[in-house]
Design a protein around this ligand. Structure first.
Ligand code: S3P
Length: 168
């Protein structure tokens, strides 16, 4: 089944965009593009080191460039965005204009739990749980603009994938 659009997964860090994107792509026989991995390949460095050495502003600039480029050049791909990408107005507009978007939504408490003991995410290094909660609440207002909001609590990975496929 081809819908002639990209399927774009958005949501907070720890919401499973990469894992679900990979499984969904396998199931639908689509190409899977993980924007963070593309950034790491292009920069020949990890996200953590890019933040450390060049700072968040630099990261956000290449994130915008690479994300817009990938969205413009592809169709019938599964694309997982970084958790902060959809906050960028240009990315947000492009995603909403010509793709099918899905927000992998979890309860606040689940997100906090899933991000415990995670140390490869630069933003989390300087945040306590209260700040992560605040960020998730703020971002959720934007994530809710996605075409489909998928309540993921109580579902396993395959059930989330099936739920997405049913929407197509
Ligand atoms: C970020 C999320 C990360 C990565 C970077 C910034 C964010 O991606 O792009 O660390 O601002 O939420 P994941 O959502 O895949 O962890």
């Amino acid at each position: 089944m081809k819908v002639n659009k990209n399927l774009v997964l958005i949501g907070m860090m720890g919401s499973g965009k990469s894992t679900i994107g990979y499984l969904l792509a396998k199931k639908l026989d689509y190409i899977f593009i993980d924007i963070d991995r593309n950034i790491e390949k292009k920069e020949k460095n990890t996200i953590l080191n890019i933040f450390k050495k060049k700072g968040e502003k630099y990261f956000r600039n290449i994130e915008e460039k690479i994300t817009m480029d990938v969205l413009n050049k592809n169709t019938n791909c599964i694309i997982s965005l970084g958790g902060g990408a959809f906050i960028n107005k240009n990315i947000q507009e492009l995603v909403l204009k010509k793709n099918i978007s899905f927000w992998l939504k979890w309860k606040n408490s689940t997100i906090i739990n899933r991000l415990k003991n995670v140390n490869k995410r630069p933003l989390l290094k300087k945040m306590n749980q209260k700040q992560i909660l605040k960020l998730n609440i703020e971002r959720s207002k934007l994530y809710s603009k996605a075409n489909y909001i998928l309540e993921c609590d109580n579902l396993n990975k395959n059930e989330i994938v099936e739920k997405i496929i049913k929407k197509l």
